[in-house]
Structures are given as C-alpha cells and as structure tokens.
Design a protein around this ligand. Sequence first.
Ligand SMILES: CC(C)(COP(=O)(O)OP(=O)(O)OC[C@H]1O[C@@H](n2cnc3c(N)ncnc32)[C@H](O)[C@@H]1OP(=O)(O)O)[C@@H](O)C(=O)NCCC(=O)NCCS
Length: 358
Amino acid sequence: MRDAIITGWGKCLPPAVLSNSDLETVTDTSDEWITTRTGIKERRISHVEMSDLSAVASQHALASAGVAAEDLDLILVATCSSDRMIPSAATMVQGKIGAINAAGMDLNAACSGFIFALSTADQMIKTGAMDTVLVVGAEKLSNWLDFTNRSTSVLFGDGAGAVIVQATDTDSEVGLLAFELGSDGTAGDLLCVPSSGTEGPADRPELPRIMMEGKEVFRRAVTSMSDASTRVLAAAGLDIDDVDLVVTHQANVRILDATARRLNIPPEKMFVNIAAYGNTSAATIPIALAEAIEEGKIEPGGIVLFAAFGGGFTWAAAVYRWGPRVESLGTSQAQLPPNHKTALELLAGNIAVHGTGV
Ligand SMILES: CC(C)(COP(=O)(O)OP(=O)(O)OC[C@H]1O[C@@H](n2cnc3c(N)ncnc32)[C@H](O)[C@@H]1OP(=O)(O)O)[C@@H](O)C(=O)NCCC(=O)NCCS
C-alpha cells in the first residue's frame, strides 16, 4: 500500500523575546491578565522575514529526514503573512534552500493552514503525483500587531515549523488515516486583517492590523475543533482512548482546555507550548509537533490527533498514525543571521505607525 509519512521535522523561532512585562509598557495590560486569560507568558518577534524563518525550519526538517533539497518535488507553505503577494513564500523558500526540482505554492487557511497543507501533501503523494513534499507552517504576524487593541496585541507571535512528507510502501496503514477540512466564509469579518491585500482605495491611509471578535472566535474554535476531531476519529474507526497525543493549534490555553474537556482527553495527552510562543497561527502545529518529538512524546506507531481553527473561518482535524522512526537521521547547522535588537526595538516601526495603548 502506498502511504505518505512524516520523515523529518524542524522549527525556527526568532531569538527576540517579547514578554508580558514588555507588553505592559506598550499596551494597557498586565502579566497577570495575559497569563490567566490566555496562558501566554512570552512570544517571539522576528528580525528577518517569514521566508527566512521558513527556510531555516525547512533545512532542519530536510536534515532530520536525511533528504537533500534537490529531492523535493513540492514545497507547500501555509501562511497568512507572506513577505510579498508575489512571489509566493514557497518559491522564496525554494530559492533559499536550493530545492531546484521542486514546485512551490502557498496555502492560506489562516491558523488551520498547516493541516490543510499536510493533507494536500498526503493526497499528492497517495495519488502518485509526488514522492517527497516539504510542508511549512510559518508566520510573521508581528507586523500587524496593533498595540492600541489589547485583546489582539497580546496573543500573536512569529515562528516557523516544517515537516518532510514522503511516500512509503507499507502493509498496515500509516500516516494520515482521516482528515476533515472546513470553512465558513460568512464569518470572515470576525477575524481578519483588513486592507492587507488589494482591497480599499489605493491611497488608503492605514497599515494593516489584526481585528477580531475574541469571544465568538473562542466559542467557534472550541466547538469546531472538538466536533471535527470526533468526526475524523469515527472516520478512522478509532476512539478517543486510542489517541496517544493531541497536537492542536495553540490559540489560547483556555481554548485547549475546553476542547480537551469536550473530547474527554486527559491533560497529559494534550501538547501545550503556548506559554513560550503565543499564537503563531499556521506555525503552531509544526512547531509543537517538532517539540513533541524532541521531548519523546511520540512513539513509533503512535496515534496523533491534530486539530486547528482560524480566520475564514477555517477548521481542520486529522488522525495520524506515526511511522517507524521518531529519531532524526541528521542535523543541520542552518540558523538565522544574528539579531542585536530587543523585541520592543524590532517593533518600534509598528508602534510609530499604530501607536500604543498606554
Ligand atoms: C481575546 C481573549 C483572550 C479575550 O478574553 P476574554 O476572556 O474573552 O475577555 P473579554 O473580551 O471578555 O474581556 C474581559 C475584560 O478584559 C479586558 N481585556 C481584554 N484584553 C485585555 C488585556 N490584554 N489585558 C487586560 N485586560 C484585557 C477587556 O477590555 C474586558 O474589560 P471590561 O470587562 O472592562 O470591558 C479571548 O476572547 C480569546 O482568546 N479569544 C480567541 C482568540 C484567538 O484565539 N484568536 C485566534 C484564533 S485562531
């Protein structure tokens, strides 16, 4: 049977840390409020572009899989904060890592993007169209933070994660056992970045900034992720007790807790790293996955449940049976160029345009 499995994983977090106490200096908030209402303690602010974060994460994933960049057939970058509309982030990554034989394209499903891209890679491989696909989830949302809005500016951060998905011949099914992708375009305005594309007058005065109806997003995130998870488990013929680890989009620790309660998942099976990075949108799941493997939380043959929710609205869930290997085949020395600025210094341009909330 031809299946598609994850054979390599990597991540790239920019070094500048924006702590909750840093945020207290630019928006009307407190460490206590952010910690108790979101579970976030700090997030990273990038000194380079999103495609640079992606390229470093990708090089780590390639080394982990023991795959050369020239062997890639396709690069999928899930992102909603591309460096440019043209060219795509995927072609920029292709150029940066030297994947001369790969096609590249971006996929925007906001925070659900990584599962959308992973399932696209899976289907490309299962049909025989491709053998080796790089899937990246990466964001640089810090450009769009608006410190006059304390209910969005404390949530988001920058980062990238990547996996290599490869064809394999197996007797028993591995890889994605079932997945569900969904969208509700009637709710688009509830979580959006107006004027971040071509809409609006050409001389629009404002720079893009994230806008969100937090309470409705919260409610829909919990119901969408838990309902889709229940359906994909049923489609795979599995029960929640069969799941070894749950890796969901890291949006808010209370969203994760409520989803776990609805699904009857014990806390020790939920992977949570939001305290360190905040919400990095499409990057949260591949970063969390890389860390879960590094921490020994995934075993050969283990069942991983993925779930995500994001702007659009979009949602996705997938059940994945891990392959035979949980150790990397190699390591990469790839790293970002040095950064000499603090997170607040990196945000100075943003703050000069948007202002602060204090
Ligand atoms: C944004 C979010 C954290 C707000 O939490 P909440 O518990 O719903 O808080 P509320 O919006 O009800 O606000 C409660 C109070 O806290 C205040 N508040 C909001 N953000 C604050 C902050 N960063 N610091 C201090 N106070 C804050 C509000 O102004 C409000 O004050 P009021 O009662 O005086 O009017 C929460 O709704 C959320 O996480 N939503 C989902 C966000 C998300 O994950 N988005 C991405 C999905 S992919």
